[in-house]
Design a protein around this ligand. Structure first.
Ligand SMILES: Cc1cc2nc3c(=O)[nH]c(=O)nc-3n(C[C@H](O)[C@H](O)[C@H](O)COP(=O)(O)O)c2cc1C
Length: 369
């Protein structure tokens, strides 16, 4: 009796762990590739344990005769769940880059997401119907099952694509994205200075399988979106371009960890070391930066404070995920003592690959002023 009780408890714990693992797996964009794959293996180990515990039930699934409608539904959904789980295991190995790089069957990422959605939904249904069979409050159980299934489908078909759209790799045809109208710049040649995650982050070699904030593959090469803007300006006007490059520790590959590190840097007001940028001889500087925590990334603050910008025209482009340009212009104005800081052009991250025309217009406007 004691042994059975323990087995039941372990079974419930394994089930809960499996649901949790599935949900964490869905936010792949934040976990990164290696953790995603490791958790995937963990999920299938739990599944094997679950099947071992429930082996008797598993082998009687096909016996539908004489069973109640609820039991029949439970058995059929369990069969479906078993099939989709096997398909998902194959597709997980198929899309794997680290643990099963040699396995290439069912290796389509869209299929993988659909199968994961099916497994999540059927798992909720599978757990729910067992509860439905046991409880006296059938109506309430049915409502919970319905809501759980709708939520699971929404996670797979709405939340995951939303996260992918906003945080996943974007592919760009570099020549097409960068080229456009040539603009005559009034005055001496400006210096374009930009900061971007790529080059300042410890990305894995297979970073196209790892998602991050608006990572971009331009002609198959990883490229920071702010570098793309610098390239657009370089195509439009005669200018020099320099990147703000960290000399010390780089940012971590996962988006979430970078947000955490950047937040800590901001709170502590640190100035990470960067390679020196020679601004002498330039009357105008165009500074391009991503908005981090509503202001400039701290390496950009290092650049501004370590440069003598007095008497220079400072033009700003901020890329962002929703917040305009936050307090970045005010903060820059305080740091860039004596510089003439102009209005910020703010570009929403999804619009970056197609912003060549609006950047051209902005440059023309600057020439007027
Ligand atoms: C650490 C960090 C903090 C961010 N904070 C903000 C923010 O406060 N507001 C916002 O709209 N976007 C925020 N974002 C989104 C970035 O501004 C946006 O993705 C930007 O285009 C990234 O440019 P990059 O790919 O060249 O690094 C943040 C991104 C990171 C990585």
């Amino acid at each position: 009796m004691e042994g059975k009780k323990l087995e039941k408890r372990i079974g419930t714990a394994v089930d809960v762990l499996m649901y949790a693992l599935l949900l964490v797996q869905m936010v792949y964009v934040f976990t990164g590739n290696i953790l995603h794959e490791a958790l995937g293996v963990g999920f299938f180990v739990c599944l094997a344990a679950h099947l071992a515990i429930k082996r008797k039930y598993l082998f009687s699934l096909y016996k539908l005769k004489g069973k109640s409608a609820a039991r029949k539904t439970a058995n059929i959904s369990t069969m479906l769940l078993s099939l989709t789980s096997v398909a998902m295991m194959l597709s997980s190995m198929g899309v794997s880059r680290t643990l099963f790089p040699w396995f290439r069957y069912l290796g389509y990422s869209d299929l993988h997401v659909y199968l994961a959605t099916a497994v999540l939904t059927l798992s909720v249904f599978h757990g729910g119907i067992q509860g439905y069979i046991r409880t006296k409050k059938k109506k309430r159980a049915a409502v919970f099952i319905g809501l759980g299934c709708i939520a699971s489908i929404a996670v797979g078909l709405a939340l995951v694509p939303y996260l992918n759209r906003h945080f996943k790799v974007v592919r760009v045809d570099l020549a097409k994205a960068v080229s456009g109208e040539k603009i005559e710049w009034n005055g001496s040649k400006p210096l374009v200075v930009y900061f971007t995650r790529v080059g300042n982050t410890d990305f894995e070699d297979d970073v196209d399988a790892v998602s991050g904030a608006s990572l971009m593959l331009a002609d198959g090469e990883l490229m920071g979106s702010n570098k793309l803007i610098a390239d657009m300006i370089e195509n439009a006007i005669d200018c020099d371009v320099q990147a703000i490059s960290l000399t010390g520790e780089k940012y971590p590959s996962s988006y979430g960890s970078t947000v955490a590190v950047a937040g800590k840097e901001l709170r502590k007001n640190v100035r990470p070391d960067i390679e020196p940028i020679n601004t002498s001889g330039y009357d105008s500087i165009i500074l391009i930066y991503p908005l981090w925590w509503g202001t400039v990334p701290m390496p950009v603050a290092t650049f501004i404070e370590s440069s003598d910008l007095s008497g220079r025209e400072l033009y700003l482009i901020a890329t962002q995920g929703s917040s305009g340009y936050g307090s970045s212009a005010d903060d820059i104005e305080k740091m860039a003592k004596g510089a003439d800081v102009h209005k910020v052009m703010s570009i929403y991250c999804d619009d970056i690959p197609t912003s060549r025309e609006s950047i051209g217009k902005w440059l023309k406007e600057l020439n007027k002023g």
